[in-house]
Write a protein that binds this ligand. Sequence first.
Ligand SMILES: Cc1cc2nc3c(=O)[nH]c(=O)nc-3n(C[C@H](O)[C@H](O)[C@H](O)COP(=O)(O)OP(=O)(O)OC[C@H]3O[C@@H](n4cnc5c(N)ncnc54)[C@H](O)[C@@H]3O)c2cc1C
Length: 263
Amino acid sequence: MTTVPARREPPQFREVGVVRTEARSPHMVRITLGGPSLDGFDGGLPAASVRVLLPKDGDELVVPEWNGNEFLLEDGSRPIIRTLTPLRFEPGPLELEVEVVLHGAGPLSTWAAAAEAGDRVAVSGTGRGYEIDPDARAYLVAGDESALPAIDVLLRALPAEAEVQVLVEVRQPDARVELPAHAGATVEWFELEPDARPGDALVAAVTGARLDPDVRVWAAGEAAAVHRIRRYLFTDQGLPRSRAVVRGYWKHGRNADTDGDAE
Ligand SMILES: Cc1cc2nc3c(=O)[nH]c(=O)nc-3n(C[C@H](O)[C@H](O)[C@H](O)COP(=O)(O)OP(=O)(O)OC[C@H]3O[C@@H](n4cnc5c(N)ncnc54)[C@H](O)[C@@H]3O)c2cc1C
C-alpha cells in the first residue's frame, strides 16, 4: 500500500476581486486585489510569496479542497495556482497589490494581461519572506523581471545606511520599471541577448560584481540560472550559505503546474 505523506495545509484561500490595474511597463501589470476576506491577511516579511488561485478555462472561480497533500477541485483535477510576491498590503482599504510579468504563455500571464475590475481570484499566504539583518551594511540584490516586485519591496525595507547593489535582467529595454529610491542603492539593468538562455545576463552580472567581504545576497529568477548563481557564490566564492537567499522563481520551458515552485 502506498501512503501519501500528509503535508501542512497552506493558509486558506481568500476570495478577492480585481479593484484596478495599471501597466507598469509593456511587459508588467500591477493588479490591486481587494475585498473583505483580506481582513487579517498578513503581508509577511519582505519578498514573501502569495499563492493565487485562478479560474479554470475562463469559468467561475471554484475554491479547491485540501486533501491532506494537495488542493484538488471537486472533479479531482488540479486547480490553477501560481505564486506571486505581495508588493503592498494596505489593511485600511483591505487591498493587496501584486505585479505580473506578461511573458506571453501560461494561465497567470494570460489572465493578468486581460484582467479587469471585478474579475475574481483567490489568494493564500503569505509564504516565507526575507529576514533582513539590520546590522549588515552591504547587499547584492539580483533578479530577472519576475523578481522586480520583490526587489521593490526589498529596496523599501533594507536599512537606509546599507550599500545596495541591484542587478536586474530584462528581456527588452522597455521592461525597466521605476524602483523605489534608496539612499545607498545603485541599480544596473542588463539586457538579455536574443539567442541567450534566460538568466545568462543575470549570471554574468552577478559573477562580474565586486563582492564586499561581508556581503548579504538576495537573488531570484529562472531556476537553472539561479542554480548557476548558487554554485558561483557558495562553491567558487565560498560565501557562507547563511549570507545568501537564492530562489528559483520559474523554470524555462516548464509550467508551474508540473513543478510547483521552481526551487
Ligand atoms: C516566491 C515566488 C515569487 C514570485 N513572484 C512573482 C511576481 O511577483 N511576479 C511574477 O510575474 N512572477 C513571480 N513569480 C514567478 C511566477 O510564479 C512564474 O513565472 C509562473 O510560472 C508564471 O505562471 P504562468 O501561468 O504565467 O506560466 P506557467 O504556466 O507557469 O508557464 C508557461 C510557460 O511560460 C514560461 N514562463 C513562466 N514564467 C515566466 C517568466 N517570468 N518569464 C518568461 N517565461 C516564463 C514557462 O517556462 C513555461 O514555458 C514568483 C515565483 C515564486 C516562486
